[in-house]
Design a protein around this ligand. Structure first.
Ligand code: CA
Length: 341
């Protein structure tokens, strides 16, 4: 039993805990309510069911609660474009790989890139692109801004004040994430603690990436650079701070960085908008309605364990919204386990 294009966690999935006969096919339906989708480091027990035919072959597995990971997020990349970054090609490769691995769209992840040196400017805003392909294509063609100074605090302030603002496509309820990529100690480091504090107040999760290429080429001790970029990164530092030996090595951290970015959701921002079906446990119970060719599935963990039911016909799956049951429910504590049919 497997769902394509999803990172699965199948240990303890309790396959077979729900088992019902399918008179129509002569086979049966089995569910694994604790089958989980892995997003970053988190496992979400969304639940999975599969039709098994009379020869004990799995004919089709389905998981109605599966969603793309990290779906409602505003991500701003704050990119150092100062002269010391060289060569630029690997930076473009990194931007292409990172943006290309995210699910970008107006209702999913939005990405903006801000490039800075002496000052900061937009390469593109959060609402600039409607698809991953558009953003990826633009990102890989970004030119180096250049600059003799590296004003990282200014770059961070510009991103916080402008890039996340609703006028530029920021969504107030989205998880805010900033990725700072730089290769040198900042010229405005005195302003850095305040810039970081302001981000902290606005709950912007920050990743810091120190590119040691210039320091290594010039044989400069990178200790202070590492310390500075670590101070920018959110806690715990080991999850939010990266250093790479050269520009060319940036590409190697792109997928780990992506995993950590999409893993943020569900841990730091457990609000209604993005915590609906993560724990759904679809298939906790199941019931066929043969006369209507309909399958009903219980999903006890949906909506913070209020629970819901899934209605599946041959051509359509409907997951009932929480409000559908609001007038029926006697239990106002929102922990009714409604999906236990
Ligand atoms: Ca520099």
């Amino acid at each position: 039993m497997t769902i394509p294009n999803v990172t699965e966690y199948k240990q303890d999935m309790n396959a077979g805990s729900t088992l019902i006969r399918n008179d129509k096919t002569g086979g049966f339906l089995t569910c694994a309510p604790l089958w989980a989708q892995k997003c970053g480091t988190m496992n979400y027990p969304r639940g999975l069911c599969a039709d098994i035919n009379s020869n004990f072959k799995i004919s089709k597995a389905f998981s109605p609660a599966v969603q793309r990971c990290g779906s409602y997020m505003d991500l701003v990349i704050v990119l150092d474009g100062s002269n010391s970054i060289w060569p630029w090609g690997p930076v473009q490769d990194f931007l292409k790989k990172l943006t290309g691995s995210l699910d970008i769209g107006p209702k999913k992840t939005q990405v903006s890139i801000v490039q800075y040196g002496e000052d900061a400017r937009f390469e593109f805003k959060l609402n600039a692109f409607k698809t991953t392909a558009e953003a990826e294509q633009f990102a890989e063609n970004i030119k180096q801004k250049q600059g003799r100074e590296t004003n990282t605090a200014q770059g961070i302030n510009f991103a916080r004040e402008n890039a996340f603002s609703p006028q530029n496509g920021g969504r107030p309820k989205a998880t805010k994430v900033m990725v700072v990529v730089t290769d040198g100690e900042s010229h405005d480091r005195a302003k850095l603690p305040e810039a970081i504090l302001e981000c902290e107040k606005e709950r912007i999760v920050r990743f810091g990436i120190a590119v040691l290429g210039y320091y290594n080429r010039e044989q400069i001790n990178p200790e202070n650079l590492i310390k500075e970029i670590k101070s920018i990164a959110s806690d715990p530092k080991e999850k939010h701070f990266f250093n790479v030996s050269s520009e060319a090595a940036l590409i190697e951290i792109a997928s780990t960085l992506k995993e950590r970015i999409i893993g943020i959701e569900g841990t730091s921002n457990k609000n209604e908008d993005n915590f609906l079906l993560e724990m759904a446990q679809v298939g906790f119970s199941a019931h066929f309605v043969p006369s209507q060719d309909v399958l009903m599935l219980g999903a006890v963990g949906a909506y913070d364990w209020a629970g819901t039911t899934v209605h599946k016909s041959s051509d359509k799956i409907t997951i009932f919204e929480k409000k559908v049951f609001q007038d029926i429910l006697q239990d106002r504590n929102d922990s009714s386990y409604l999906g236990k049919l």
